[in-house]
Ligand binder design. Structure first.
Ligand code: SF4
Ligand code: SF4
Length: 448
């Protein structure tokens, strides 16, 4: 098997991939859905439905008002109960559409395969599909497909690393839909005129690598053409799946500070993203459902589920076996980079790939003590930053120091906090530091 070396730094948390071998279960029994008008990094969409309207699956209910946004579609058929301004699970204020499902899942009349003839129509179709990167960042995929003319990618990288503890949603995608993953990759290569692709899989998931490799062989034997997709086994180390780390591990190209993958000739997509592209081209059904890993000591039945976007987290947990004990902490995402949920009326959104529930004991946060200058955080930082110094500067609001020490390069991976023997709240502190830099830039009218 082809194996590539890796980046410097990183940590080895316990994988806890408890749900690797459980097939995904589709759940549909949700009566009330709450769909926020932003599940992407740009400004929220404008809501185009009102209370009392009838909606169907795949019907557009949110119209983008900025190039950084993509449309939002209804994930169920039923009746719009309310449209309310709220603070959504990502902390931003926006309209949230509450829909009462009729449980029929009737498809909207607009659902038909998109007409794609060239690169422009491919990119436009992806925008209409409402697709954002399904690996967690929420960046509109169609925007990744539009690099500057002098920075066209010459390699497509597929992120199937899934390095975050607990999460197995991408692994299940590989195990259950390898044919659509390979088809999606071929579609992207064809329309984006990229002639080679590399799929990166951590070496703790040999089954994923094997099924993908088998599918590639089948595809090329059927088409009788020279292979241009390869599967690469990567060292299991967190954060192997972070964008800059994976690009380096697979191509040895270093993305400079402030630069993007296209600056080094790379287009990177998540494995679930390319599978969605294949399915969308065949059916025209926009992004209305999500595969989510449910795990953690607080759950009765760790599993992977496929649920409509907008399903409420407590209802998803209940439908999947319920709580084993009173929840001490609920996290959207993985245990290293996920975000703790502070209220329970939060719904599943497009780039939400896991819900972790922990009991009271595991949820307790240790007290911070003084830094002992051991340097472990520096060794662990994959971005070659000085977390201990950034922490002090952030606490002192030393914005010039933070900028000089490249605080904006921090990918908030949590490796520094993970290794710190003094239990310093390093990521939280550095995140504050980043927000001070952004605030200052906003006041000065500059983009950071
Ligand atoms: S400083 Fe940022 S990038 Fe470096 S280890 Fe800490 S969280 Fe990760
Ligand atoms: S790991 Fe913790 S104790 Fe050690 S230098 Fe970094 S902040 Fe200080």
């Amino acid at each position: 098997m082809l194996k590539f070396s890796t980046f410097s730094g990183g940590v080895h948390p316990r994988g806890n991939k408890n749900t690797h071998f459980y097939p995904t279960v589709r759940l549909d029994q949700f009566k009330t859905l709450r769909i926020p008008m932003s599940m992407h990094i740009g400004p929220p969409c404008e809501c185009i439905v009102k209370a009392g309207d009838q909606v169907q699956v795949g019907q557009k209910i949110g119209e983008p008002i900025s190039p950084m946004a993509v449309p939002i579609h209804s994930s169920v058929s039923g009746t719009v109960k309310t449209v309310r301004r709220e603070v959504a699970s990502n902390g931003r204020s926006m309209d949230v559409v509450e829909i009462e499902s009729d449980m029929q899942y009737t498809h909207h009349e607009s659902i038909k395969p998109p007409v794609i003839t060239d690169r422009d129509s491919f990119i436009q179709a992806l925008r209409e599909s409402g697709l954002v990167g399904l690996g967690g960042a929420g960046f509109p995929t169609y925007m990744k497909m539009q690099p500057p003319p002098d920075k066209q990618p010459n390699v497509l990288l597929i992120n199937a690393a899934e390095c975050e503890p607990y999460i197995t949603a991408d692994f299940r995608q590989c195990a259950e839909h390898p044919d659509e993953i390979i088809d999606g990759i071929m579609q992207v290569m064809k329309y984006m005129q990229i002639d080679r692709a590399i799929i990166g899989v951590e070496d703790n998931k040999p089954l994923a690598a094997e099924v993908l490799r088998n599918e590639i062989t089948k595809y090329y034997l059927a088409m009788n053409i020279k292979p241009s997709i390869k599967v690469v086994s990567l060292k299991t180390i967190y954060p192997q799946g972070a964008e800059k780390m994976l690009i380096y591990s697979l191509t040895k190209r270093a993305v400079p500070s402030g630069a993007l993958p296209h600056d080094v000739g790379v287009l990177m997509l998540n494995v679930s993203t390319v599978r969605f592209i294949s399915k969308y081209i065949k059916t025209g059904m926009p992004l209305v459902r999500k595969r989510v890993t449910l795990d953690g000591s607080g759950l009765n039945l760790p599993c992977n589920v496929n649920v409509p976007i907008g399903a409420l987290i407590p209802e998803v947990i209940e439908a999947a076996g319920g709580l084993a004990e009173e929840a001490g902490k609920i996290i959207m995402g993985g245990s290293m980079m996920g975000v703790a949920v502070d209220r329970l009326d939060v719904s599943i959104i497009k780039h939400n790939n896991a819900i972790l529930v922990f009991g009271q004991k595991e949820a307790s946060i240790p007290d911070e003590t003084q830094c002992i200058r051991c340097g472990r955080c520096i060794t662990a930082c994959p971005m070659k930053l000085m977390p201990t110094n950034l922490d002090i500067m952030a606490r002192n609001k030393d914005i010039d120091g933070l900028k000089q020490h490249h605080v904006m390069d921090c990918i908030e991976c949590g490796c520094c906090t993970y290794v710190c023997p003094a239990k310093r709240y390093l990521v939280q502190s550095i995140r504050n530091g980043k927000s001070y830099v952004r605030q200052q830039a906003a006041m000065e009218g500059k983009k950071q």
